[in-house]
Design a protein. Structure first.
Lengths: 673, 356
């Protein structure tokens, strides 16, 4: 669990005629992290050729994304990749697929055009409505047109037989009409148009035998009536638009089974093409290579032998056979229980550890949660955070892995805060139960005089010891990594190596000895000479030994001695200043914890100021407490999370995490997209 | 230092966050490759342009989506005005004036189309931005005005009445809106530079350099149009140049205008100030006027982007971030709308990419 998965390298040679079966097996097994054969041996590129696929991965991916865009139109996602089966893979006809999609796109464009037409009508009506709303009474408007109105309001009669044609033709200009009276042969209309369209409207009215008549004031109706009529028309248009929008979604839903089938085959072909892009070819054979977890070696080997009826050559390599430069390229698969997935995310977000070195995930799990708890120790606040995380997991069921991991992290952090809260006896800032360890609130506000921690200095001391522990753990992990990599020189002389650790341990002892004697006395005898002086002197050997063992084709000169001296001094300064800064950096844990308590105290004080005449809390007091606690959970939760991450990344990882590894990324159907 | 951090800390962090969401080139290329307008718009769904996708899915109308986008940008600038104080607020205010100026130009173009060209503008009126930027412009009076003088009267009490009224006679004479558009550009840059004068020395230098580069580019753009479309006399073209450009003196503009190939002055500018872009000049044989315009626009955009990159890589607590955002966002919106409009007209991918 503390080391990444053991890997094996496969180099395979198969006959060209078996390419299809082999590709299907590789896709079905889904365990190969492919590497280019020519990357292993550049000279091979002269003897091997790349394949000339009929369809490339990029061509297929583009059409697949096109289908995903169509799904998205109906607010749907693509099918789950994990449900695909290699047996369903069929040869692709890209032209046919594109034709089908073009037909669908054309149907959608038709709907869009209708939507756009409606939108234009809506804009015209909105324009006239805006003018009308600004206008005074209609009857007044008909008699004396307002200087600032751009409306033309007129009334007149047309033959009833011409009415429908007139109404239809009026649709070409922004207009509103009300039929205010109908007789046997004639209809009387109130017509409102834009003044700028007078020329066009007059021609139209003349053509239909419009005769102006003056209407009695009472038969005109109010402006509200016309506005209501306009609003009704606008509502109808909008409803029609909404129907068209739903129509698009319905069309996509109707085509979904067919689109899903196309998508699935495209995705299978895309991965198939991706695998084949790693094949290098001779006249009759193909060669490929890649890494896979050691546990999957046997099943894959058997499947390949079966698929080729034994007509293949499989060569398996262990990473230990590789030169050190090649070892760094071995892909890394971090293992561990899925419960630790949020912490794995924190690690991979920083970088991937090198193959064979310690997987920081379990250590980050411990350090991160301990830091968070120390900064945010409260049972109530932790409970809320955990509940938010649980709600988030439920709400983001279909979201990306990172979002779900973030929610799980909130649950873990909430749990950690609850444990710490019980240790400190803090329940929403109240001491409902006695603390299991010490009263953090009491220590901060100066109420606690007995126990392990009496005041804020005690809290600071705890966090410094905690920091020393974390740094020491980092040093030990670095030594383990160096031993596993057989980097003996680094084990001794690295800043976080044995000499660095020796100096750090001596420094810690000296600092506490000095502080414990009221800053007046250093450790006696030859302690300082042996514990600090000697390793510092040993460090002077680093540059010369490096010169001897890792010559880097440099010639020895007089200036080389000066270089060595400078390197030694800089190294000493870096070790002393670096370790001091790293250790003191953990005081931020106390700082945030104290800020957390101070905020709680502040909100309780404000709530106290709002007490009623009898000294009881009023609704206002409770409101302050609820708002205050919410603010604390949001603000302090975020701060504590970020600071814990920062301490892990910069103070802990810097001691042992080389982070130059490559992630193991097999081409597989079982991966979420 | 504390003053600069206090002044710019929040606003620049906010704008930098927005700058980080500017769409990458690959996304634009993918949109250009999309097989239809609907598919191109769909690609914006999970981006900062999601509003375009949302409005388009309701209306099928790309211009309505563009209008909504403009509304949001105006709201952002008004919000930034609220968040800033003193001389920085004056700059934000001056930058936001562009929305008002562009909207006014839009209204005047509609008036011109309706009254001078006799075209129908019914639906187009709906695309005017009705939201208030700094003043309530009587857009309906402008669009429906009988003459440009009447439109100028509608703008009385705003800084735009005078330039519009002053240009009315020339607009009638040349039957083109460019005199009034240039007058409005002059007004925009004049008030922007006035706001810049209120900044401290460091910010003033940065702002002058950036705005000066923009003025140069605006002048070159006008120059190309004068020569290509309006056939203006050299002295008239020179009189139209916006002052306070940083690289191009009036003499250089005049010389460029008189030259047979208007790209000569650009070549000189590129050689002197942006040698890294010389390849763009050499890589195309821009003999045909359309290709030449495309090439020039591309170079101008690259020059501006170089200035922006320089600002973004520099000291973070200056007015530079605000100006960089203004330039980057304007360019981004312009490019996205170019792609969507091109998709509407079924342009091929190559032509779209060339126009970006």
């Amino acid at each position: 669990m503390i080391f990444p998965q053991s890997m094996k390298q496969l180099v395979a040679v198969v006959l060209e005629r078996d390419a299809d079966q082999v590709t299907r097996v590789l896709l079905d097994q889904g365990v190969m992290h492919f590497v280019s054969v020519t990357e292993m041996d550049p000279q091979l590129s002269q003897r091997l050729s790349a394949g000339m696929p009929r369809v490339t991965e990029a061509m297929v991916a583009e059409i697949r994304r096109r289908i995903e865009g169509l799904f998205s139109l109906a607010s749907q996602g693509p099918p789950a990749q994990t449900e695909l089966r290699v047996e369903d893979l069929q040869a692709l006809d890209l032209n046919q697929t594109n034709r089908q999609l073009d037909e669908l796109a054309a149907a959608l464009s038709g709907v869009r055009e209708r939507q756009q037409g409606l939108q234009q009508e809506i804009l015209k009506l909105e324009d006239i409505r805006r003018q009308l709303a600004m206008f005074g009474e209609l009857s007044v408007g008909m008699q004396s047109r307002s200087q600032y109105s751009f409306l033309n309001i007129q009334s007149g009669t047309v033959r009833r037989t011409a009415l429908s044609t007139l109404v239809e033709e009026l649709k070409s200009v922004p207009s509103v009409h009300l039929v205010v009276g109908e007789e046997e042969n004639q209809a009387t209309l109130l017509l409102i148009t834009m003044r700028r369209d007078d020329g066009l409207v007059n021609k139209l009215l003349d053509r239909h035998g419009w005769t102006e008549v003056e209407l009695a004031r009472e038969s005109l109706g109010g402006k509200e009536e016309v506005l209501a009529d306009l609003d009704g028309k606008l509502a109808l248009f909008r409803e029609e638009q909404e129907k068209l929008k739903s129509g698009i979604e319905a069309l996509i839903r109707e085509k979904r089974p067919e689109l899903e089938r196309m998508w699935s085959n495209l995705r299978l072909n895309e991965l198939y093409a991706r695998i084949q892009s790693y094949f290098s070819h001779t006249a009759r054979t193909l060669i490929f290579s890649g890494w896979l977890p050691a546990g999957t070696q046997a099943p894959l080997g058997e499947a390949l032998l079966k698929a080729t009826a034994g007509r293949c050559y499989l060569e398996w390599h262990d990473p230990s056979e590789l030169p050190s430069a090649q070892k760094a390229k071995v892909p890394v698969q971090l293992t561990g229980p899925s419960l630790l997935a949020p912490f794995k995310m924190l690690v991979t977000n920083y970088s991937i550890p090198q193959y064979g070195t310690v997987d920081p995930t379990p250590f980050v799990f411990l350090a991160y949660l301990a830091m968070f708890g120390l900064m945010f120790g409260d049972v109530g606040h932790g409970l809320v955070l955990a509940l938010v995380g649980i709600a988030g997991i439920a709400a983001y069921r279909g979201a990306s892995q990172n979002i779900r991991n973030l929610m799980k992290l909130a649950v873990w952090c909430g749990g950690s805060a609850m444990v710490a809260g019980a240790l400190f006896g803090s329940y929403f800032g109240l001491g409902l139960l006695p603390p299991l360890w010490f009263n953090y609130h009491g220590a901060v506000v100066g109420q606690h005089t007995v126990g392990v921690v009496k005041d804020v200095y005690g809290i600071l001391l705890i966090t410094i010891w905690f920091g020393i522990g974390v740094i020491a753990m980092g040093l030990v992990l670095n030594w383990i990594n160096r031993v596993r990599r057989r980097d003996w020189f680094g084990l001794v002389f690295d800043k976080a190596g044995l000499i660095g650790g020796w100096i750090y341990a001596a420094g810690v002892y000296t600092a506490f000895y000095f502080a414990g004697r009221s800053y007046k006395q250093l450790p006696p005898g030859n302690f300082l000479s042996l514990a600090i002086g000697l390793p510092v002197l040993l460090l002077a050997l680093k540059a010369p030994l490096e010169f001897i063992f890792h010559r880097e084709q440099k010639r020895f000169q007089v200036f080389t001695l000066i270089d060595w001296g400078m390197e030694w001094i800089v190294e000493i300064l870096e070790i002393f200043a670096g370790y001091l800064a790293n250790t003191l950096s953990f005081m931020r844990v106390a700082g945030l914890g104290i800020a957390h308590v101070s905020l709680v105290v502040a909100f309780f004080s404000i709530a106290g100021m709002l007490r009623g005449p009898g000294g009881n809390f009023t609704p206002g007091s409770y409101l302050v407490l609820v708002a205050g606690n919410t603010l604390i959970i949001a603000l302090e939760g975020l701060s504590a999370g970020i600071q814990s991450l920062r301490l892990n990344y910069y103070e802990f990882f810097s001691k042992y995490f080389s982070g130059s590894g490559r992630a193991y990324e097999p081409i597989s159907l079982r991966k979420r997209q | 230092l504390a003053g600069a951090v206090q002044k710019y800390g929040f606003i620049n962090a906010k704008l930098r966050a927005r700058i980080s969401k500017i769409l990458p080139e690959e996304q634009l290329a993918e949109m250009a490759r999309a097989k239809s307008l609907t598919e191109a718009v769909e690609l914006l769904k999970n981006t900062s342009f999601a509003v375009v996708a949302s409005v388009f899915s309701k209306t099928g109308d790309i211009k309505s989506a563009e209008l909504e986008l403009a509304r949001r940008e105006v709201r952002l600038y008004l919000e930034l005005e609220e968040l800033t104080k003193g001389e920085v607020r004056a700059i934000v205010y001056a930058l936001a004036e562009r929305f008002e100026v562009e909207n006014l130009k839009h209204a005047l173009r509609l008036w011109f189309d309706s009254r001078v060209r006799g075209r129908r503008i019914d639906a187009a009126v709906g695309y005017l931005l009705r939201d208030r930027v700094h003043r309530d412009l009587a857009l309906d009076r402008i669009v429906n005005a009988a003459s440009l003088q009447e439109a100028a009267q509608a703008l009385e009490g705003t800084p735009y009445g005078e330039p519009v009224g002053r240009s009315a006679a020339e607009v009638a004479q040349v039957r083109s809106l460019f005199p009034v558009e240039i007058a409005l550009d002059h007004h925009f840059y004049r008030q922007l530079l006035a706001a810049v004068n209120g900044l401290g020395p460091r910010d003033r230098d940065i702002a002058r350099r950036m705005i000066g580069a923009e003025i140069d580019l605006a002048n070159i753009n006008w120059l190309i149009r004068f020569k290509g479309f309006y056939k203006l006399a050299p002295e008239r073209a020179l009189a139209c140049a916006i002052p306070e450009g940083i690289h191009l003196s009036p003499e250089a503009v005049a010389e460029a205008y008189a030259a047979d190939n208007p790209t000569a002055v650009l070549a000189e500018l590129v050689r002197r100030r942006y040698p890294g872009l010389s390849g763009l000049l050499a890589s195309r044989e821009a003999v045909e006027s359309y290709a030449r315009l495309v090439m020039i626009e591309r170079i101008l955009a690259e020059i501006l982007m170089l200035e922006v990159r320089h600002l973004l890589a520099g000291y973070p607590f200056t007015i530079g971030i605000l100006l960089a955002y203004f330039v980057l966002k304007s360019a981004e919106i312009r490019r996205i709308m170019t792609i969507l409009n091109a998709k509407f007209y079924n342009w091929p991918e190559e032509r779209i990419m060339a126009a970006l």
